[in-house]
Write a protein that binds this ligand. Structure first.
Ligand code: GCO
Length: 471
């Protein structure tokens, strides 16, 4: 236990990390490796809605701080094709955008022009000292019409992989990241079982072209895709029907499992997962109804899909479908951004609390990631990779501290036994943020959407130091 007086002098001494302290409870430095001049981790109690902890740290200027991660830890950045490449003309989102559905009438258009500038983007990632890069291949470009595969696009993706590997960067390929070819959407998309067969054929084509990739994400955030597209109806195909949502989740669970097997039949030592969007859910009050609702929402959102493909048996709201047996996850890909408050209702009442917000309106709650990975680890006992985490912050005021808090929280969880194999920051650069268009800026690099110039932010500098172990 550290005395308050000592605390004070540390505070005066401390360098760039400073977190608001409310009440010091314990001192713990065990999660840090050598080379450290001083660092304390403070466990703090916050007020409502229920007790939880936040962590903060100080280090002296010039101190070397090493997080408690393995030497082969994947330090990465994350992107997706539709959000950065541009000209995704044969996709369902392109049509949706043309109908004026995006904030301020934005359209993805040329996005960050990455289909032309991808070599440069890989170099920008390298300048961040990352050793991994998660990106997605775009089905609507690979197969713009049924059965018609675009060789040029396939070879561009192959080149992307080769260029990453040449630069010492491990590629992680996402096979489906929200968008679909228009022809798939037109015959019923993920509501139809036929889509699974088409998806497998497309994945086969990718595997035949892109060569020696080890890490795959089959489907990005099936929970978000199904919720926004089929229950809340904000995203294409703008359906509000719980039954259909369940069917989509079932078809995605089956597609994931089959793709898992397909990848392993070709690359036996591949590491395959889905990437689930996770969030902290807290009850608005301590009333039993709110508490029960919170448990239900938490299970359905965070765990039902993972349970389905882990146990080989669907768990509601994933609809009923027969899944092949066996665990279809080599690691667990988790995306984490924020916390929600939950109240009881015929449909659950979900809102943000009083904490300061990001440009997306999300509560700034990086420390929640610790809780998420602890629960996920306890439940499945297979390695975890954070496949996305970040913050919309064009002015870069929040991001540096957000990154530090996140990594410290992860580091503590690791010291307590959680197996964490990597962290991918969302995102390399500002890009097209779906319904919110070009407004929210998530990049470690600022993007000028007129000239496509990318400029390193302070947080990018910080991240590059972390990735090269200088901080
Ligand atoms: C998601 C996606 C990304 C987003 C990111 C920021 O989680 O919704 O994977 O495409 O851009 O999460 O909102």
């Amino acid at each position: 236990m550290i005395a308050n007086r000592e605390m004070k002098s540390l505070k005066e001494d401390c360098g760039n990390l400073y977190y608001e302290i409310m009440k010091v409870k314990t001192l713990e430095a065990s999660h840090l490796k050598g080379g450290l001049k001083c660092l304390i981790i403070l466990q703090v109690e916050e007020r409502l809605p229920s007790k939880f902890t936040i962590f903060g740290g100080f280090c002296k200027p010039g101190a070397t701080l090493k997080f408690n991660f393995d030497d082969d830890f994947l330090w990465g950045v994350s992107t997706s094709a539709h959000q950065i490449e541009g000209n995704n003309t044969n996709s369902d989102w392109w049509k949706f955008e043309a109908e004026g559905k995006i904030k301020n009438g934005d359209r993805s258009g040329k996005a960050c022009n990455s289909s032309e500038l991808y070599h440069q983007d890989i170099e920008l990632a390298k300048a961040l000292n990352v050793n991994a890069f998660r990106f997605s291949v775009e089905w609507a470009k690979v197969e713009p019409r049924e059965g018609e595969f675009d060789q040029e696009v396939l070879h561009r993706y192959a080149d992307e992989v080769i260029y990453m590997q040449k630069n010492g960067i491990e590629p992680m390929v996402t096979l489906h990241h929200f968008t679909n070819p228009l022809w798939i959407a037109e015959f019923g998309g993920w509501e139809s079982k036929r889509t699974i067969a088409f998806f497998l054929r497309y994945v086969q084509m990718i595997l035949d072209t892109i060569g020696s990739v080890k890490y795959f994400i089959t489907i990005n955030e099936p929970n978000v895709y199904a919720l926004f597209g089929y229950l809340q109806g904000y995203w294409p195909p703008e359906i509000k029907n719980r039954k259909k949502m369940k069917k989509v989740l079932a078809n995605m669970a089956l597609a994931h499992s089959k793709v898992y097997d397909l990848i392993h039949s070709k690359i036996p030592d591949a590491k395959v997962s889905t990437a689930i969007n996770t969030a902290i859910f807290r009850s608005k009050t301590s009333s039993p109804l709110d508490l029960i609702m919170t448990r239900i929402v938490n299970y359905q959102y965070n765990f039902s899909f993972l349970d389905s493909v882990f146990y080989g048996k669907t768990h509601s709201p994933v609809g009923k479908i027969t899944l092949p047996g066996g665990i279809k996850l080599d690691f667990i890909g988790l995306n984490y951004y924020t916390r929600f408050l939950v109240g009881f209702g015929f449909t659950p009442k979900i809102s943000f609390g009083d904490l300061p917000k990001t440009e997306m309106g999300y509560e700034i709650y990086p420390q929640g990631i610790k809780n998420i990975i602890e629960i996920v680890w306890k439940r499945y006992k297979i390695p975890i990779i954070i496949t996305e985490n970040g913050v919309a912050d064009g002015e870069d005021k929040i991001r540096p501290e957000y990154i530090m808090k996140t990594l410290e929280s992860l580091s503590i969880a690791v010291s307590e036994g959680v197996k964490l194999k990597g962290y991918f920051h969302w995102s390399l650069m500002d890009n097209f943020e779906w319904l919110d268009g070009f407004g929210p800026r998530f990049g470690l690099y600022h993007t000028d959407f007129r000239t496509f110039k990318r400029t390193l932010r302070k947080s990018g500098e910080l991240y590059s130091k972390i990735c090269s172990n200088q901080l």
